[in-house]
Design a protein around this ligand. Structure first.
Ligand SMILES: NC(=O)c1ccc[n+]([C@@H]2O[C@H](COP(=O)([O-])OP(=O)(O)OC[C@H]3O[C@@H](n4cnc5c(N)ncnc54)[C@H](OP(=O)(O)O)[C@@H]3O)[C@@H](O)[C@H]2O)c1
Length: 330
């Protein structure tokens, strides 16, 4: 690639339903140059996250696809950050990007490999941490169910719940994913929603009902879990990936009968509610990762050119663990 070029993936057409690779276009742009107060970073790892499906519903045609990345500072005109530092920020799907004092987040290399700053120690890990502990409020002995259980968020949810003395059931889309959460992460049971009837399976593995439901998916899986809510249960609506490609929600208020009769609480949640506590959460997650109490799995796709393919795969369940694009060698 010539020195002055910056490859970018831009939105070519707005997807109707599941995106296709033709909705994205790879273009060459001039290398950005930092102004006073900015840093130029070279992306090393780009984060693929399901929320990006929602963003491309409203982002401009021709605009760079939004996402978070972690990279190396190539040039700094920002006090406190030097060339060579590792920073995290929302530069999107491009090889080089500019960040400023509000958007450049220095990465603490003592916490672990830098890719973890956008995974288990980044937004997905913090989502699990605050969504479970602050919204679901699990108590020792509670039965906790998590959907998309082997994913970046779900795997951490289940492991924190285990640390807290809960009984944990993971719902995922393959036998391999279910084996991973049970055999490697220590969940008490798993359900493969592609081959099992989720409601029937829950009746067997959660006979006393579900005290906490960490909902990453919405749709029929969530309706099945609702039938098993325990009295005074707590559900956090964290994600609705089963609905992200739908223009109209497919479900009506059928689950509310269960919420009513069990006097349960359902609360919407986004991780952005907790900015003041991010560093405390990150430090705790890093301690758990260091002690081995939290394990993590990364699904690494090599090559910036593969961004759309990887992202579409994630929406279909092809990823197994935190999905990352390796843009460049560290
Ligand atoms: N509220 C917040 O602040 C916040 C922050 C981060 C993430 N989230 C949400 O949390 C959820 C998980 O995110 P993540 O980063 O951990 O992604 P992820 O779980 O690593 O990847 C997405 C997974 O979703 C599952 N999936 C796809 N389509 C599905 C469907 N129709 N029904 C059920 N499962 C389906 C697939 O796993 P299977 O093979 O198991 O189906 C896929 O691998 C997403 O909904 C995301 O939007 C919310």
């Amino acid at each position: 690639m010539p020195e002055n070029e910056n490859r970018q993936w831009v939105l070519k057409s707005r997807p109707d339903g599941m995106p296709t690779e033709a909705d994205f276009e790879l273009i060459d742009s001039p290398m950005p140059s930092p102004e006073y107060g900015q840093v130029l970073i070279k992306s090393l790892w780009n984060s693929m996250d399901p929320y990006m499906r929602g963003r491309i519903t409203s982002s401009p045609i021709g605009g760079v696809i939004e996402s978070e990345a972690v990279g190396r500072v190539m040039e700094s005109r920002l006090e406190g950050i030097s060339a060579g530092d590792i920073v995290r920020g929302r530069i999107g799907w491009q090889e080089y990007g500019l960040l400023d004092v509000t958007s450049a987040n220095p990465v603490n290399p003592d916490y672990g490999p830098i890719s973890t700053s956008i995974g288990v120690l980044g937004m997905p890990g913090l989502t699990a941490y605050f969504g479970l502990l602050d919204v679901c409020e699990p108590k020792p002995g509670d039965t906790v169910v998590v959907s998309s259980a082997s994913g970046a968020v779900g795997a951490v949810v289940g492991q924190i719940a285990k640390i807290g003395g809960c009984r944990v059931i993971g719902i995922a889309g393959s036998d391999e994913k279910v084996s991973y959460v049970v055999d490697e992460l220590g969940f008490d049971a798993g359900i493969n929603y592609k081959v099992e009837n989720v409601s029937e399976a829950l009746g067997v593995v959660a006979p006393d009902g579900v005290d906490c439901y960490f909902d990453n998916v919405g749709g029929p899986i969530t309706e099945a879990v609702m039938e098993h809510l325990a009295m005074y249960s707590r559900t956090v609506i964290c994600g609705r990936i089963s609905e992200y490609n739908e223009s109209e929600p497919s479900m009506g208020p059928r689950i509310l009968r269960y919420v009513h009769s069990t006097r349960s609480r359902i609360q919407g949640f986004t991780v952005n509610q907790y900015p003041a506590q991010f560093e405390d959460g990150r430090a705790q997650l890093a301690r758990w990762v260091k002690s081995g109490e939290i394990k993590y799995k990364e699904d690494i796709i090599e090559g910036f050119e593969n961004c759309p393919k990887a992202f579409i795969g994630q929406l279909r369940g092809a990823n197994f663990g935190k999905l990352l694009i390796k843009v460049s060698d560290e």
